[in-house]
Design a protein around this ligand. Structure first.
Ligand code: SF4
Length: 726
C-alpha cells in the first residue's frame, strides 16, 4: 500500500519538514511546503536521506566479536543482549557502577536521550554518562545560562531574523551547513538590514555579507571586546537598558576599555577601519542580533567568547526586545533537546541540575526510586573518553548514536582508549568506524522507522513520525534499553513506546527550565511544533523568550567580566600555522551516514587541505598535491586545495573522514574550564608536501556508497585488544 507521511530530516538542527512517499522500504523524499521553517526546501542531504533505509544499505543483525581479537560475526538478539547485560553487570560487580559508561548523541530523539539518562542513573547506577553534544554547543549553553539564566539556542523563531536591522554571524556557515536557512538572511538584506560575517575563511555565507571580518582564528573574544570598546567610545551604549535590565556592566566595561582598536587590530589581524565599520553598523542599528556557531564556541575560551558577544548585545540594548538578541545556531538534529533531558553528565530532565536536591527529589519521584540512589555528576565527554580502560576509569561503554573515532578531538588517542575497554557496545544503523571496534554491535532502527520528538534550533519541539517498518532483525534503541534494563534486574520501569516515554518525560520535565509538561504529540501535529517552555496544555508555548524579564533570579541579564587570552596552542617555530576545521555542504558530522550515500559521496568524495596561494607558493605546493599536516598529536594527509578564500596563516580541513585524512587526528582536546568543550576550532600545525615528509599514503578515501558486506557474514577482525594502551 502506498503511503505518505509527514516527518523531518534526520540530519541537522534545522529539522526541515519533509514527506516520505512510497511503499515498504521503497520510499522517496518529497517536499512538505507547509512546514514553516523550510517551506519545502531541502539540501542534498535531506533529499537523499531515504537512501539508507533500504535493508542492503545498513546493519540488519547484531554482531558479536569472538574474543579476544577475532572478527565480528552475526548473532541473534538474545545472545547479543545476553553478552551486553552480562558484561555490564560483571564490570559493575568488579569495578563499581561508575566503571560502566554511557555515551549518547545529539542526534538521538528526546525520548531516547531521556531514556538513556534514566537507564544510566537507574538501571546501571553510573554517574558516567555524557554525549557528543558536549562537543557542539556546550560553550554557548554555558554562556547563555550565565547571562540569561536559561539556555535555549535561539530565544526567537527564525522568522524574526529578516526583521532585524543588523545581524552579526560569528563562525557560522549556514550556506553549507543548513542551506534552506539562507532565505532568512537573504530576506534580511532585501529589507535593508545589514549582515556582518565573522570567519577566518571567505565562506559561501561570507560572500553574501555586507561586511566580512576575516579574523585570525581564536581571536573572536578580542574582536567582541574591541567592538564593545568602540561602541562605548562612540557613545552608542543604551544606558537606559543597561540600568533597567542588566547587572555587572562596570567590570565588562573596564575589560572592553583595555581592548583599544590598535590592540585588537594586532590580536585579530583586522584593520581598525573595519572594526569601526562593524561597531558603527551594529551600534547605530535600532535592532540587532548576534548569532554564533562552532567557530567561537569550540575554543578553550568558548564560554568567555560567547559571553563577550552577549555583552555587546546587552550594552547596545539588543536583547530581551523584539527582533533583537543573542542566539546560537545549534548543529546536530537534536542538539537542543539532546541537552535538556538527562544524557549530560551534570543534568536531569527538564534542564535540571543533578546536584540540586529539589531536582533530584522530583525526578526520583517520577522514576519511582529514592533520591539518594541517583548518582551525582559524572565525567564530561572528553574526560570520559580519556578515562576508557584506565584503572579508575570507565571499563565498559555503551555508545548510542555517536562515532568518536572520527568525531572526537585527538582521535588517535581516543581510538586507543576505545580499544583498551573490557567491553564496547555500539548501537548504530551502520558499521561506523567506532562500531568496527566494538565487542557487540546492535543494529538500530532509523529516523523514519520509529516515532519520536526532536527540538530544533529555535526551541520548537517537533515530531518525526514513523513512515515505514524497520527491516527484520533491527530494533529501536528504546526497546534495547527496556530489554537491557530487564536483564540487569534494576529498579524503575522502562517503556519502549515513544509516546509513553514522552508522557513520562513531560512529567519529569514539569517545573524545570525546559518544561515540556504542556506539549503532547497531538499538539505538535496540530501546531507545527510547540516552543518550550510550555508548562500546561492551555499554555501557547514560548516562541520568544526574555521580552519581560530574563530567567535570572532578579530578572536581569548579567554581563560577563571576560578578557582576551590566547588559544591553548598558538603557532610557533615548530608548528607555524593555524588549523581550523569544519563541515562541507554534502557531508554531515562524522560522515557515518552521508559517506554511504552515492550522490553525496560524488559531491564530496574525500578530505582536503585548503590553503592560500601565498602559502602554497612558499611550500612549492600545486593543486591536488598530497600534503602532510602535523600537529603535536598526530598527522593527516590529504590533497591541497588552493584558494584565496582563506587567510595565509591558516589551513582548513573538513572533519567528515576517517583514515589518513582524519582532521581530528590533529585537533586539540584542551577543554574550556566551564563548559568542558574541547578546542576543536584551532590548533597549531606544520604543513609539508607529503612526499617531502616521507608520507606517500593517500588520504582516507570515502567509504563505499553501500555497505557491501552482507550483514550475516563475519566482519573484519579488530586489531589485537590491548588492555592497557597508553
Ligand atoms: Fe536536513 Fe539540515 Fe539539510 Fe534541512 S538543512 S535538509 S535539516 S540537513
Amino acid at each position: 500500500m502506498t503511503t505518505t507521511t509527514d516527518t523531518h530530516c534526520p540530519y541537522c538542527s534545522l529539522q526541515c519538514g519533509m514527506r516520505l512517499h512510497g511503499e515498504g522500504s521503497a520510499v522517496e523524499v518529497v517536499e512538505r511546503p507547509d512546514f514553516p521553517v523550510n517551506l519545502g526546501a531541502l539540501c542534498g542531504k535531506g533529499q537523499s536521506a531515504a537512501a539508507l533505509l533500504a535493508p542492503g544499505a545498513r546493519l540488519t543483525t547484531p554482531l558479536l566479536r569472538e574474543r579476544p581479537a577475532g572478527p565480528l560475526r552475526a548473532a541473534g538478539w538474545d545472545e547479543a543482549l545476553g553478552r551486553v547485560a552480562e558484561g555490564l553487570a560483571a564490570t559493575r560487580r568488579t569495578h563499581g557502577a561508575d566503571a560502566v559508561g554511557v555515551f549518547g548523541g545529539g542526534g538521538l530523539t528526546n525520548e531516547k536521550a531521556y531514556l538513556l539518562g534514566k537507564f544510566a542513573r537507574v538501571a546501571l547506577g553510573t554517574a558516567n554518562i555524557d554525549y557528543n553534544g558536549r562537543f557542539c554547543m556546550s560553550s554557548a549553553a554555558a554562556a547563555h545560562r550565565l547571562a540569561f539564566g536559561l539556555d535555549r539556542g535561539l530565544p526567537f523563531p527564525l522568522a524574526d531574523i529578516p526583521e532585524t536591522d543588523c545581524l552579526i554571524l560569528v563562525g557560522a556557515n549556514p550556506a553549507e551547513t543548513m542551506p534552506p536557512a539562507l532565505r532568512y538572511f537573504r530576506e534580511l538584506r532585501e529589507r535593508g538590514g545589514k549582515l556582518i560575517v565573522v570567519d577566518p575563511r571567505r565562506t559561501r555565507t561570507a560572500e553574501q555579507a555586507d561586511l566580512h571580518l576575516q579574523l585570525r582564528p581564536g581571536s573572536d573574544l578580542a574582536l567582541a571586546l574591541g567592538l564593545l570598546h568602540l561602541v562605548i567610545a562612540d557613545g552608542l551604549l543604551d544606558q537606559d537598558f543597561i540600568d533597567a535590565r542588566t547587572s555587572g556592566f562596570e567590570p565588562a566595561r573596564a575589560a572592553a576599555m583595555a581592548h583599544w582598536p590598535e590592540r585588537v587590530e594586532r590580536l585579530t589581524g583586522l584593520p581598525v577601519a573595519r572594526l569601526r565599520e562593524a561597531a558603527t553598523l551594529f551600534g547605530r542599528a535600532a535592532t540587532g542580533m548576534v548569532l554564533t556557531a562552532r567557530g567561537p564556541e569550540q575554543q578553550s575560551k568558548g564560554t568567555d567568547t560567547v559571553g563577550a558577544w552577549i555583552n555587546l548585545c546587552l550594552a547596545t540594548g539588543k536583547a530581551g526586545r523584539p527582533n533583537s538578541g543573542y542566539g546560537c545556531l545549534t548543529g546536530q538534529g537534536n542538539g537542543q533537546g539532546g541537552r535538556e533531558h538527562g544524557q549530560k553528565a551534570d543534568q536531569l530532565p527538564g534542564y535540571r541540575s543533578i546536584e540540586d536536591p529539589a531536582a533530584r527529589a522530583h525526578v526520583a519521584g517520577v522514576w519511582g526510586v529514592e533520591p539518594d540512589s541517583l548518582p551525582r555528576s559524572g565525567r564530561s565527554a572528553y574526560e570520559l573518553l580519556d578515562s576508557l580502560g584506565q584503572p579508575d576509569g570507565v571499563r565498559a561503554l555503551l555508545l548510542m548514536g555517536s562515532n568518536p573515532v572520527v568525531s572526537a578531538p585527538n582521535a588517535t588517542h581516543v581510538t586507543e582508549r576505545l580499544r583498551a575497554l573490557d567491553l564496547l557496545v555500539v548501537s548504530d544503523l551502520v558499521l561506523s568506524e567506532t562500531a568496527q571496534l566494538a565487542d557487540v554491535v546492535l543494529p538500530a532502527a532509523q529516523w523514519a522507522e520509529e516515532t519520536g520528538t526532536t527540538t530544533n534550533l529555535e526551541g520548537r519541539v517537533i515530531l518525526r513520525q514513523q513512515a515505514l517498518t524497520a527491516p527484520e532483525g533491527v530494533r529501536t534503541d528504546l526497546r534495547v534499553l527496556r530489554e537491557l534494563a530487564e536483564r540487569l534486574g534494576g529498579k524503575g520501569e522502562f517503556s519502549d513506546d515513544p509516546e509513553q516515554v514522552f508522557e513520562e518525560l513531560r512529567r519529569a520535565s514539569a517545573g524545570g527550565q525546559a518544561d515540556y509538561a504542556g506539549i503532547s504529540y497531538r499538539r505538535i501535529r496540530a501546531e507545527d511544533g510547540v516552543f518550550w517552555p510550555c508548562p500546561d496544555e492551555q499554555h501557547p508555548g514560548t516562541p520568544r523568550l526574555f521580552l519581560d524579564r530574563f530567567a535570572t533570579p532578579d530578572g536581569r541579564a548579567r554581563f560577563a567580566a571576560v578578557t582576551h587570552r590566547p588559544a591553548a596552542e598558538e603557532p610557533d617555530a615548530d608548528y607555524p600555522l593555524y588549523l581550523t576545521t569544519g563541515r562541507v555542504l554534502a557531508q554531515y558530522q562524522s560522515g557515518a551516514q552521508t559517506r554511504r550515500i552515492q550522490a553525496l559521496n560524488e559531491a564530496a568524495p574525500g578530505p582536503f587541505v585548503e590553503l592560500h596561494p601565498q602559502l602554497a607558493r612558499r611550500l612549492a605546493v600545486t593543486e591536488g598535491e598530497l600534503l602532510a599536516v602535523t600537529s603535536r598529536r598526530g598527522r593527516a594527509v590529504a590533497p591541497a586545495r588552493i584558494t584565496g578564500a582563506i587567510r595565509p596563516d591558516t589551513v582548513f580541513m573538513p572533519f567528515h573522514w576517517s583514515g589518513a585524512g582524519r582532521a581530528n587526528s590533529l585537533t586539540n582536546p584542551a577543554l574550556d574550564p566551564t563548559s568542558k568543550m574541547p578546542e576543536f576550532k584551532l590548533c597549531a600545525v606544520r604543513v609539508e608536501r607529503a612526499q617531502a615528509a616521507g608520507q606517500t599514503q593517500p588520504a582516507g578515501q570515502a567509504q563505499p556508497a553501500r555497505q557491501t558486506q552482507p550483514a550475516g557474514q563475519a566482519h573484519a577482525a579488530r586489531p589485537a585488544h590491548p588492555k592497557k594502551v597508553r
